[in-house]
Design a protein around this ligand. Sequence first.
Ligand code: SF4
Length: 933
Amino acid sequence: MLNAYPPEENWDDHRALDAKAWPRRVERRFRLVPTTCFNCEANCGLLAYVDKDTGKIAKFEGNPVHPASRGRNCAKGPATLNQVEDPERILHPMKRVGDRGEGLWERITWDQALDEIGERIGRAFREDRRHEVMYHVGRMGDDSYMEWVLHAWGIDGHNSHTNICSSGARVGFATWMGFDRPSPDFANARVIFLISSHLEAGHYFNPHAQRILEGKENGATIVCIDPRLSNTASQADHWFSAWPGTEAFLLLAIARLLIENDTWDRAFVERWVNWQTFLAETRPDLDPVFDNVGPALLDHYAEYTPAEAARVCGIDEDRIREVARVCGEGLGGFAGHTWRAASAGNEGGWQVSRCLWFVTVLTGSVGTEGGTNANGWNKFIPVTPIHPEPQGEWNDLTWPAEYPLTHHELSMLLPHFLKSGRGRLDTYFTRVYNPLWTNPDGFTWLEVLADPEKVGCHVALTPTWNESAWYADYVLPMGVASERHDVGSFETHNGMWIGFRQPVLRRHGELEGESFNRTHEANPGEVWEEQEFWIDLSWRIDPDGELGIRRHFESRENPGTPLTLDEYYTMLFEGSVPGLPEAAAAEGLTPLEYMRRKGAFALPGDQYRVYERDVADADLAGTEKDAQGVYRRPGTAGSYGSLDEINGHMPFIGDGSPAVDIAGEAKFGFPTPSKKLELFSETMRDWGWPEYATPTFIRSHVHWEDLDFAAGERILVPTFRIPTLIHTRSANSEWLNEISHRHPLWVHPGDAEELGIEENGLVRITTRIGHFVIAAWRTEGIRPGVVAASHHMGRWRLDEDKARSWGAGKASVEREPDGRWRLRREHGNQPYDSDEPDTGRIWWSDTGVHQNLTFPVQPDPVSGMHCWLQRVTVGPAQPGDAYGDVVVDTEASHAVFEEWLAKTRPGPGPGGLRRPLWFARPVKPKATAYQAD
Ligand code: SF4
């Protein structure tokens, strides 16, 4: 298959026949410029085909030298072309002139935007209101440069979308091993265990999907847990359509069977698990010898029998035994993953990943060939070449005291905190992020974004219009994948790599002899790239250097002028990527030129069993071995030394201990307090959740035994995705919308009969704060008792002539006399005239239903993860209902917010800390900032 790609040596002058000229043979000349896809986190390689005659990008195909995607992409990769050519994209900076949300804008210059925004941020910094500046990102795109920017600004102002995405899964993995994600070696696995529709719509969709299929071809058994017959379930050898929220119970039953059948890897568990702590804490009556661990585990998990699991999960008991047998036969080769899905759906969902990792550990599959590695050992994050001191601040709006163990910011609660009077924002950046549409309870976001008292100035950095940008003060156009620089890496297989996103037309122009100061000179219109925006904005914030910010963004080659990206990436690639300078030199290139030519680099070396690596004596200098065998430096996080001392060596993750003693040898270990895998989490015990110190099942807020099915209650699953859509950016992709523009409600025929729902009939779904109206699809591919509708759909616009694109229906938003919000769809897609002839050929009208508006915030009290699954009442539409209707009561939603907040057990924890020092955190502050007031 790879032979079909143009050979690398021809990328500067590739010749191909023009398909559109057929049957004439017309040859065209292209330059192939590598970049990376920006339409999900996977960072697959792309080759942009630049037509040498027109100077335009003709198409995007896969980059065959990219080590993760290996020349292949999903539909969203080539659809990057749609985003470049979208007739509705924003090409110039815009400033609001009417009231917020009124939709009146004027075009302004970039200089005006930078001056005005820089001046207000500089004023906030000078007035010691640093906590009022916030950068809220949806899709990062780059792994490190925002840490440089925010540390330079000295603010704890980073915010993310993670607690509506993955903080649940992260807490479950991190409490075991320090790292917050798994990295399965699917291609070599003997058992592939997926809790979600991971194969066709998972997190690293294309790089993982191609390796899952390789594993299947090599004979792996695929197990899928999903209430829907997803494409993945249809490929599986064993599909468990378990009741949503019972997945952890099933996993514990499998774990127990592994022990009962004596098909677990005793040697691995004895060597790498903190079983001594487990015995001491749970069975002080037993001798602390390893032979007691198996019986103690059988006792500890006595209730998780196959029969009880079959009853609780609603699945077949023999099938559970069969899958446990297969897992036990494949010791060392268990490649498991869960992301979003159950861990993002349920109260206690973080225990799904904790229980999945339990099975990974028992099968001895941690970091093995065909097993599951830690993400940090397969993902490479280069250290930014400019590292200002971390901030000494702590932002309670994003890291509130109620959630000391959350993995990432409580971003979805921001509007509720602002409404509760916990603070205000002076300047709020949203970047590749549409909070009003993406989050639950979007009307509360609307209320806050429309209120200048709560959000003084909202700057939307976005290539396209969206529902939130409509309520912004400035809308600044940013580049899509072929119009910007980023460095990214993800854990896609055994190995480490980095991908380099670069502005294609700038690169092409430079190879043609042109020179550019800034990327926007080569991009369409006045589209900027973010990194240059942050550099120039930092200069406007601190024009005379008095704040000490400007110097971090100053050119080293030409002091007194802003840093250029060629300088930045020269420093990064020469100093922060092991093996790259040597590989580049072997081809007679600089590291930067190597990356510009190839678009990716695979770091040398093997990443299996990293924890078993020996640690040299020199690296142990200055350490002391504690009672658990951990080599600690006095004053590091693990020994709870002085926070001022720790400031000097705060790692992003772990406590900075270099090694652990394993059978008399100093080994690398895991970044946990014990440096081992933590079956018993002392952190969980010490921070207020002793009952969850070991892997366990937590009854979900949508547990089936609590539902009143006779009254029409069902479990709504709104978490699965359609693999051809991109969260909120699909609306600007012509081909993707033409392929996928509907998301009917999956409902089992038995349920449909009971509830009186016709095929394609309108259904009213009632949540705790409102309702929405959607069309039904009767299918046996869903578990009875469960209904489901995919996310990504239901985009809307308030203006008839703006933000039309390919997938945003025209809607109205009104407040009813009783205070409830009502969104009513006026019409769906319609053809329209533009410079792009295809807009006149739009044949589909459906744009879906914005269901997230009707979901209250339900943050898990431990992980902070939004519990997406909803306990709903399902029935036929009522008189007056129309497709796409959404009605919401935000007073009710605020009451639900307070109800869930009351479930938490706030910090501070041991030592008066706001959060365990060893937990990872984006843009980690100084250790002293962890001390609660
Ligand atoms: S999986 Fe698809 S959307 Fe994601 S980076 Fe790869 S090509 Fe792009």
